[in-house]
Write a protein that binds this ligand. Sequence first.
Ligand code: FMN
Length: 246
Amino acid sequence: MKEMYQTFVEATKYPNLSEPDQKKDKPQPPIELPVKESIKLIKLPEPANIDFAGFDLRQAIEERRTHRHYKEDTLSMDELSYLLWLTQGVKNINEKRNVTLRTVPSAGCRHPFETYLSINRVEGLESGLYHYFASEHQLVPVRIDSTFNQELTEACLGQRQVATSAVTFIWVAVPYRTAWRYAERSYRYLYLDAGHVCQNLHLAAESIDCGVCAIGAYNDDAADQLLRLDPPEMFVIYMASLGRKP
Ligand SMILES: Cc1cc2nc3c(=O)[nH]c(=O)nc-3n(C[C@H](O)[C@H](O)[C@H](O)COP(=O)(O)O)c2cc1C
C-alpha cells in the first residue's frame, strides 16, 4: 500500500511532471458538458431571489455532523436550487480565459466537475437522474425512472441513506479540464476540489435544516456504468445523500 502511495506522490511532484497540453498550445477543453438542444430544460429558481433568512456560519460549522436518517419530507425547488448554487453555482464566466468562477474554489479555476442528482423527493420533479447545467442554472432530465435510486443504492454497497435520501448528489470528474494545465498533478487537485464541494453541501444543508452523508464507499465500475460514463475520461468521484433532518 505504501508503495502505491509513494508512486502516486512521486509521479505528481513538480520535477516529475510531463509538459501539460496547455504549454503545447492544445485547445482548452470546454467548461462544461454540452446539452442537447432537443432536451427540454428545467429552469431552477433564481438564487438571488431565494431568502432562507441568514444562518450563522459558526453555528453551521459547529453543528454539522453526518446524517444518515431523513424525514420523508419533500424538498422544495428553492431548496434544491440553493444547494446546487452553493456547491457548483457559476457566478461569472470569463469568456476571454474560458473559465467559470463558482461558489467553490478550484485549482487553477479548472472546475473539473459535473453534478448529477438522483432525485427521490423534490416538489415538481419526477424521480430519476438529472444533470445540472451549471452555466444556465438549469436541470437536464437524464433518466426519469423511479428505479434509478435503487440501482444507485446498490452501487453504493446498499447504503440505506442513499435509498431514503430526498436527493443524492453525484459528482463526476472530467480530469482533462485540470490535466490540460497541470498534467499528472491534476490527480491531486481533483480530490482536493471535490472535498470543497461536499463541505459546502454540508454547510448549506445545515442552514435549511437538512442533513448530509458524504459517500466515498461505492462500487466505482457500477456507479460509472449507471451514469454511462467512460472512465478515465469521466468518472464518479464523490457522492452525498441529503434529506430533511429527523
Ligand atoms: C471522503 C469521505 C467519504 C465518506 N464516505 C462515507 C460512506 O460511504 N458512508 C458513510 O456512511 N459515511 C461516509 N462518510 C462520513 C464519515 O463517516 C463521517 O464524516 C465521519 O464518521 C465523521 O462523522 P461526522 O461527519 O458526523 O463528524 C464519509 C466522509 C468523507 C469525508
